[in-house]
Design a protein around this ligand. Sequence first.
Ligand code: GLN
Length: 467
Amino acid sequence: LADSALSAAQASSLNAFLHIDPELTRAQARAADAALAAGNAGPLAGIPIAHKDVFVTRGWRTTAASRMLEHYTSPFDATVVQRLAQAGAVSLGKLNCDEFAMGSGNENSAYGPVRNPWDPGCVPGGSSGGSAAAVAAGLAAAATGTDTGGSVRQPAALCGVSGIKPTYGTVSRFGMVAFGSSLDQAGPIARHARDLLELLDVISGFDPRDSTSLEHCDGAPNQPGRVRAGFDAARAAQAAAGAKPLQGLRIGVPTEFFNAGLADDVARAIEAALQHFESLGAARVAVSLPRTSLSIPAYYVIAPAEASSNLSRYDGVRYGHRAAQYRDLAEMVSRSRSEGFGPEVLRRIMVGTYVLSHGYYDAYYLQAQKVRRMIVDDFQQAYAQHCDVIMGPVTPAVAKPLGVNRDDPTADWLADVYTLGVSLAGLPAMSVPCGFGGPQGRLPVGLQIIGDYFSEGRLLAIADCYQ
Ligand code: GLN
């Protein structure tokens, strides 16, 4: 299996993989075989997966799709990588993405764009574009991704696969190349909710090496088994309900998610999905998330602010790219950074340092933090008063052709409108395929299911019922 998966990955023209090392993969496959033979195999023994290239790995290089880290190999594995290896999963290598996970189309990779398996002329979404494309093309059974403002949900939607971003703090960020530390969260991408459950349950859990890792989730210890318990409980309730398994489930549909910016084909697919949920017994209620449009400016102040701080570590001194020519230390740092970072990363650093600078901090960064609080309150009010889950689109439109918006970088930022609020609030949310749109009706559409804190198991059970 490992050999055929490796040759498929190597032969693929999608540019989804950045690094493949057959020897490392074969060693993991042999270990999984041995564990199976000995009867002590982990729950994912032999399952071929691959990692977004922002998870550090001891064997494979980790570049974060940047020239800055072109030759970097980590001396340790990220916690997510380690936990999946311990569960027996076999890694096929490292997956392409937007540089430092900044982007929505995988066009910001220093190593070229990834192609959407449904239409190679279109983007796969981003930033976890390689992860979604690899799963959609059948190159890997599952892949890891990271979601700072939608990067698991959005590429999953545009590639017709499933993905989940868990509650902030439930999965360790240790060994994830940092972008926006108060937003970054790892999540799996796979075909079905059941596959996501297997992966998410393994990677979830408290990690003392991540300072924002949670020890408890609503009283329950944050450890493997928690997500599965939530899933099993929800599944049992569904089974008891008989023909209408989702009887009693209140689905909040935010009016702000269905405005003029939403393409008709996407709106139709979402409407069909909602009707299907109603046929399963769920009730639809209109809710309001009034600060939805403000999530864009709030996110594009906070995320670049955190990025500018996180990326200050790339100074050309300890690791990463160092310029060949310089006259003094200051020039070495500035040249190394201008050469190593791509245009979108430089843009974010400029925005981030600006909004954090003396005189502008109050006007921008502090304001954005206040808006963030209000966005949290909007979601909490919806859950407290009206609904159990929230559903809507992941993206305003299906995958765009490669190269669109090249001269208008902020146009892509606006398309993140349905995913950013969830990230600012730290809530769990998933994307499940719900139909097709686009000119020939062959580009996937994703349905977003947003839960309250720690409801990952329930979300997966609801998706499982639909799938
Ligand atoms: N598209 C968003 C951005 O460019 C989200 C990226 C992410 O979630 N990593 O910042």
